[in-house]
Design a protein. Structure first.
Length: 93
């Protein structure tokens, strides 16, 4: 069964290539889900995949791309009825 987690990443995470970086990492790890900016300046992501890959993504998000300064990654377990079929970027929410 796939592990599902919602991440909210805070710090200097917008305008530094964070979403593109997250998409590349998620795809490399074989994850499904999405990433988007939020109007409060954070980045939000949904990651779905095997436990090891989700754990690696969460750990990577704690650092982010070179220009980011991550203050915190809040992780919440979710239980979706319909799982995403790929990893994509969503509009700002």
């Amino acid at each position: 069964m796939a592990l599902q987690a919602r991440l909210v990443i805070t710090g200097r995470v917008q305008g530094v290539g964070y979403r593109d970086w997250a998409m590349a990492n998620a795809r490399r790890l074989g994850l499904k889900g999405w990433v988007r900016n939020r109007v409060d300046g954070s980045v939000e992501a949904l990651v779905v995949g095997d436990e090891d890959a989700v754990g690696k993504m969460i750990e990577a998000c704690r650092h982010g791309p070179p220009l980011a300064k991550v203050d915190a990654v809040d992780v919440e377990s979710v239980d979706l009825d319909v799982l995403p079929s790929d990893f994509r970027r969503l509009p700002t929410a």
